[in-house]
Design a binder for this molecule. Structure first.
Ligand code: URP
Ligand code: ZN
Ligand code: ZN
Ligand code: ZN
Length: 461
């Protein structure tokens, strides 16, 4: 039976109109003014906004979950449930191979982790963490299995690529029309800074941001964009956090380069004062890149307003404060890096962006849904409310007030970096391919998520 959402205001990246929306068989089948009831079940959404389901293009729902490693607190089941409860209907998770593992076996692992467990739709960015004779063919094989985006790292000893590996990978990704995202920090100098600080007995989380200064992000952004220019590949910068990094992007764009930029809620609403808390509390905020200054935060909001920043995703990578973060009690460099956030992004961006007058609701739709869908080969299946698209719809109540707390969150982690923050606006109902999967922040039906198969214009044959 079809469903008719009646009386709401449909919002896209480009505007809003009061329109009714009819859903059937998982798709949006009709959008128009005053649609007739016909044989549909009517849901009254008067006074609500209808937003395309949000897409989180940067999650680590299962990082290091191999044997003998310290895995993330969340897994696909818990992370995707928290996501969909608050309006995120698709995640693009970071599939990360073990050292020496093939991309194919990594894909199999991630499918096993997600299949029949995910409560939102999903796909992956495949991480390329080493380069050998067969890697180009391994990348090609990913395109033939619906994976069109890739991730590489310029930091972390177990993950990072050399400049030449980056260049080689770019040529292959370009050939098939794929998208590359890179973690931009100069890993070698980060190591040097950590060694220096630790050697001087500077061991508390206070020193974490000092080991990863702004300049090391800006250097890596510049190097990455230089290599991408040589390879003639449009590329994505993940979790951009600094004014200097943004300036490097602007220079490249002024010279004609196509660059996509992601930032994350933590860089927009939290700042580096949080590294000065007593009792090891600051460990909760140890992520890379680190939280930055209030000046960086303002530069990022300006970057959003000026279209320098295209997308906001979370980099959700949750570790418990007790039992995981505290492994670094005696040495900040041993604190597992990352913060939870897949659940809180929509409310934070609405509260600190839309409600504060920094951005329009249309801009929020662009940042959290449409731009991501377009960039990662999901559009128009995802990212827009129009006939033919998947019926992924968030019924947004702009007035509801709430307070973020680890005691009420669905994320399976013992803290939230946003504890006690008051929010305004929340998803009232969430539809995933026409199924009402969440209402008032609670999941109604679990594990309805499906793998989203993506294509590019230059698919290999
Ligand atoms: O600290 C972070 N962000 N951990 C997750 C991995 C990454 O760098 O994105
Ligand atoms: Zn390999
Ligand atoms: Zn990263
Ligand atoms: Zn990440």
């Amino acid at each position: 039976m079809s469903i008719l959402l009646k009386g709401g205001t449909v919002v896209s990246a480009h505007g809003r109109r009061q329109l009714d929306v009819r859903l059937s068989d998982g798709k949006i089948i009709e959008v128009g003014g005053n649609l007739l009831e016909e044989d549909s079940r009517v849901e009254d959404v008067t006074g609500r906004f209808l937003l395309p389901g949000f897409i989180d293009a940067h999650t680590h729902l299962e990082l290091n979950n191999g044997p003998g490693t310290q895995g993330t607190a969340d897994n696909f089941a818990t992370g995707s449930r928290a996501a969909v409860a608050k309006g995120t209907t698709t995640v693009i998770d970071m599939a990360t191979p073990d050292q020496g593992g093939t991309l194919q076996s990594c894909l199999a692992t991630w499918n096993r982790l997600a299949e029949n467990k995910s409560s939102c739709d999903y796909t992956y960015h495949m991480s390329v963490i080493d380069w050998h004779a067969g890697t180009a063919d391994e990348i090609k094989a990913m395109f033939n299995q619906g994976i069109t985006s890739f991730k590489m790292y310029l930091a972390y000893d177990n993950l990072r690529a050399s400049d030449s590996e980056l260049y080689e990978a770019m040529l292959v990704i370009k050939k098939y029309g794929g998208m590359l995202g890179v973690h931009c920090e100069n890993g070698e100098l980060v190591n040097e800074m950590i060694a220096k600080l630790v050697g001087e007995g500077k061991l508390t989380p206070y020193y974490h941001p000092l080991s990863r200064p702004n300049a090391l992000e800006a250097e890596a952004v510049t190097r990455y964009l230089t290599i991408a220019k040589m390879a003639e590949l449009p590329v994505n910068i993940v979790h951009l956090s600094t004014k200097e990094g943004l300036e490097a992007v602007r220079r490249a764009r002024q010279a004609g380069q196509q660059v996509f930029v992601e930032t994350c809620p933590q860089y927009l609403v939290l700042d580096d004062h949080l590294y000065d808390l007593p009792d090891f509390e600051s460990a909760k905020y140890v992520c890379s890149p680190p939280l930055r200054s209030v000046a960086d935060q303002e530069a990022l909001w300006l970057g959003i307003q000026h279209n320098d920043i295209d997308t906001v995703s979370t980099d959700h990578c949750s570790f418990n404060f007790h039992g995981q973060k505290d492994l670094g009690k005696a040495d900040f460099s041993k604190i597992p890096n990352g913060m939870p956030g897949v659940e809180t992004r929509p409310e934070l961006i609405y509260t600190y962006g839309v409600a504060k007058g920094r951005i329009t609701l249309e801009k929020m739709v662009a940042l959290l849904s449409e731009n991501i869908a377009r960039q990662f080969h999901l559009f128009p299946q995802k990212g827009v409310i129009q006939p033919g698209s998947d019926a992924d719809i968030v019924v947004w109540d702009p007035n509801v007030q709430s307070v973020i707390s680890h005691t009420t969150q669905l994320q399976n982690v013992d803290y939230t970096p946003y504890e006690g923050m008051a929010t305004i606006g929340a998803p009232e109902k969430v539809y995933l391919r026409g199924i009402k999967v969440a209402e008032n922040g609670q999941v109604l039906i679990e594990k309805q998520g499906k793998f989203v198969y993506r294509h590019t214009k230059n698919q290999p044959d």
